[in-house]
Design a protein around this ligand. Structure first.
Ligand SMILES: Nc1ncnc2c1ncn2[C@@H]1O[C@H](COP(=O)(O)OP(=O)(O)OP(=O)(O)O)[C@@H](O)[C@H]1O
Ligand SMILES: [Mg+2]
Length: 511
């Protein structure tokens, strides 16, 4: 028997203007957890899309073998028949269907055309237990957080007797606790003999679960490591990914925080859009100084995004109460446009839903918040628009053949850079970034931190909502810790540690 469940030989995949994969070779042993690492745009998702039949076999060159047999899939359905399942980078559940409908969607068994719905609910209960999700199978998926949705996706894969499970950045939207649960689940599945390919930018997680690692760079396989026989470190992976040593994860910081308060929020409460009596943020008060990087940490659901979005022109919530002052003057924004006009910028957590217009080009997405600035007498100056977009392509190193490319064709990390560019072009005084490095590779993270550092050096101010505590500790001058809709306290640069942030989230005290 062949010890490899999957083999990819000389795979080349070309999109107009982009060679996404260039003679890739890749092998996965049966029963192992194989991690795929590489910079944004390296070709990781494309490779997995080829393997799972998202791209049909006549759209690429090279060969894919499963259990030693060439695959030649025309659609994803064909790969499902071969017990292969892929969970995409952006979740693909039907938001308005229930958990159990999502689990069985597309492969509902019926006897003589009649579906036994009760049985489906019973079956999904078993699957939910297996993935550790304690929810009623009849719950509508959109009512749950991404962490739980991720587990539903896995339950769906398990319902199809999966042998090879592909997870494309499964933990990028999860907090530390949820991520750890998911990794434990993958390790459990391995014990049952399920082979798993995981793409991740979180190298600590890769180190935790990987039996072997393959590194892609610019569409080519750079190397593969066997983690049990070689002494692999995060530094070695980074070196392979970016092609050079990276001695620092955060830029040298020499910005000065002024004593002037640029923004002050007093007793801010926000109510749930569907349950107007439910306060999601309770009496939050905080201030932001000119030239300061302020971080908001706390577990998922702590109310950080809701607080920021409601301040940003009521982009969230049925109603909110409290006071907002900018440079000492009271403000009331009714729409995000009011906030943008007044010098606020927002990079949202959910780039696909809220941050981008996917069917528009990179150029249009970048100019969307600055059309007034780019127009003369109400007509957009196309030349200027193009020039600005090209400047950002260069300075943020956005990987795309041209700025006319449709944004949905960019890799996840490069889409994030487009959202940042849009916000930067509007030149806000106060820059609110919600999970700014979600799905971003180590090298590009460093580039984004440099941008934030540059902004504060110019006297602008940054509010960073982040679930990555090292990022808050490495970058912020002050950290506010939130939990259960309340600001529990603050920690200063130099004093903050992961333990203190977690203790404060739970008890409101530092230690
Ligand atoms: N449908 C498409 N049309 C055109 N170009 C595409 C398409 N899909 C991917 N690409 C390009 O192929 C390259 C590889 O993209 P891919 O999504 O595989 O990267 P990735 O390694 O998964 O990156 P990330 O870590 O950012 O998710 C990128 O340059 C991307 O812009
Ligand atoms: Mg990807």
């Amino acid at each position: 028997m062949n010890e490899y469940i999957l083999e990819v030989k000389n795979l080349t995949k070309i999109f107009p203007g982009v060679k996404a994969l260039d003679s890739v070779n890749f092998k996965i042993k049966k029963g192992e957890i194989h991690c795929l690492c590489g910079e944004n745009g390296a070709g990781k998702s494309t490779l997995m899309n080829v393997v799972s039949g998202v791209y049909p076999h006549d759209s690429y060159e090279g060969k894919v073998f499963l259990h030693g047999k060439e695959t030649n899939y025309k659609t994803v359905k064909d790969s499902e028949q071969d017990n292969l399942a892929i969970i995409h980078q952006e979740l693909a559940l039907s938001p308005y269907l229930s958990i159990y409908e999502n689990i069985f969607l597309g492969h509902i068994k019926s006897k003589t055309g009649i579906i036994n719905w009760k049985q489906l609910i019973i079956d999904s209960k078993k699957l939910l237990k297996k993935v550790g999700l304690n929810e009623n199978p009849e719950t509508i998926v959109s009512k749950m957080g991404v962490g739980k949705q991720q587990l539903v996706e896995i339950a769906r894969a398990l319902s199809k007797n999966v042998e090879l499970l592909i997870l494309d950045e499964p933990t990028s939207s999860l907090n530390d606790v949820e991520s750890e649960q998911l990794l434990q689940l993958i390790l459990e599945l391995k014990k049952e003999g399920i082979t798993c390919i995981m793409i991740s930018h979180k190298l600590n997680e890769v180190m935790e679960v990987a039996d072997s690692i393959t590194i892609l760079r610019d569409g080519q396989t750079i190397c593969s490591y066997d983690c049990h026989n070689e002494n692999i470190t995060e530094e070695i992976i980074i070196q392979g990914m970016v092609g050079r040593d990276m001695t620092h994860r955060y830029p040298e910081q020499d910005h000065k925080v002024s004593s002037d308060t640029i923004m002050e929020v007093k007793n801010w409460s926000v109510y749930h859009p569907e349950y107007p009596d439910l306060a999601v943020v309770k009496n939050a008060s905080f201030n932001l100084k000119k030239g300061e990087i302020l971080a908001f940490c706390g577990p998922m659901g702590a109310g950080r995004t809701e607080l920021m979005m409601s301040i940003f022109g009521k982009a969230y919530g049925s109603h909110c109460s409290g006071e907002l002052y900018i440079k000492g003057e009271k403000r009331e924004y009714h729409t995000p446009k009011d906030a943008i006009t007044d010098g606020l910028g927002y990079v949202s957590e959910d780039r696909k839903e809220l941050g981008l217009i996917l069917i528009q080009s990179v150029r249009q997405n970048i100019s969307n918040s600055s059309l007034k600035k780019l127009s003369k007498l109400g007509v957009i100056d196309k030349h200027k628009e193009l020039e600005e977009a090209n400047n950002f392509k260069k300075s943020l190193n956005i990987k795309t053949p041209t700025v006319e490319q449709t944004v949905k064709n960019l890799s996840g990390g490069n889409q994030q850079k487009v959202v940042l560019s849009r916000c930067l072009l509007a030149e806000p005084e106060i820059f609110i970034v919600d999970e700014p490095t979600r799905g971003i590779d180590v090298g590009a993270k460093y580039e984004i931190y440099c941008i934030l550092e540059d902004l504060v050096k110019q006297g602008k101010s940054v509010i960073m909502v982040t679930s990555e505590m090292p990022e808050a500790i490495g970058m912020a001058d002050r950290i506010y810790v939130m939990n259960e809709g309340k600001i529990k306290g603050q920690l200063l640069k130099g004093d903050a540690t992961q333990e203190k942030i977690m203790t404060m989230a739970l008890t409101g005290k530092k230690e």
